[in-house]
Design a protein around this ligand. Structure first.
Ligand code: 6GU
Length: 226
């Protein structure tokens, strides 16, 4: 899968993909991340990409011209399945959205900054608008990193244990059950006996019960969807 990201601060996107599972996904050739600096399409030699908003008010707005030039330059070489704008007023991201995006081959993500991007770009180029939650970040980069991570780990072959993404919290609208590792007794705190006995059916039933109870107390809203 190829993910292109247009940003005014592409350095923010280096570290999130340089470690652990995302690093492995890239090394295996399963995930290709291409970052682009919007400033490369600035409208003048001062590097201008934003301007005051019509109607007045604080905060700069990213201009149409540099962003359209950036998008169209990339479109010459790539056929994007989605052009996504990261914005706090977008659709709230969740596991289902991650699952759907993980099936695409080529996506372009645009990170906003300041007051955002000119509405005409949203009207004419953007196919999906995503927020990662009800709070405001200073730019779309960290949100884009969250989305790319959530998508990247779903790509076939990225996780070592092919089944492990399926048992994540949210994948079946249930939170994940508690997990334990050695020792079985730590300071007198015991691992539940059923996990030590090794009866797979009993373990599966116990995990489902724990998931269900956890979801009921912590996130009853999720159970409404079952
Ligand atoms: Cl996608 N962008 C910004 N700037 N803030 C956010 C967000 C996105 N999602 C939640 N807050």
């Amino acid at each position: 899968m190829h993910i292109h990201i247009i940003s005014v601060a592409p350095e923010l996107l280096d570290s999130p993909f340089a470690h652990s599972i995302m690093k492995r996904a890239k090394e295996k050739g399963l995930l290709h991340i291409h970052t682009h600096n919007l400033r490369d399409w600035a409208i003048n030699k001062h590097g201008q990409i934003d301007d005051y908003q019509y109607g007045g008010g604080a905060g700069m707005v990213i201009m149409c011209e540099p962003l359209v030039n950036a998008i169209e330059a990339l479109q010459k070489d790539h056929q994007f399945d989605e052009i996504i704008y990261m914005t706090p007023d977008g659709d709230t991201f969740n596991q289902q959205a991650a699952n759907q995006l993980s099936l695409k081959g080529n996506i372009l993500i645009i990170c906003g900054h300041y007051k955002g991007i000119d509405q005409r770009i949203r009207d004419h180029y953007i196919t999906k608008e995503i927020s990662i939650g009800d709070y405001v970040l200073s730019g779309g980069e960290l949100a884009a990193a969250v989305v790319v991570d959530a998508i990247g780990r779903l790509l076939p072959g990225v996780l070592n244990d092919e089944t492990s993404a399926l048992t994540d919290s949210f994948q079946d609208n249930l939170l994940a059950p508690p997990v334990y590792t050695r020792p079985a007794d730590f300071k007198g705190w015991q691992v539940p006996e059923i996990l030590l006995q090794g009866d797979p059916k009993k373990v599966a039933d116990w995990r489902f019960e724990q998931s269900f109870e956890r979801t009921k107390t912590r996130r009853p809203d999720l159970l409404g969807d079952i």
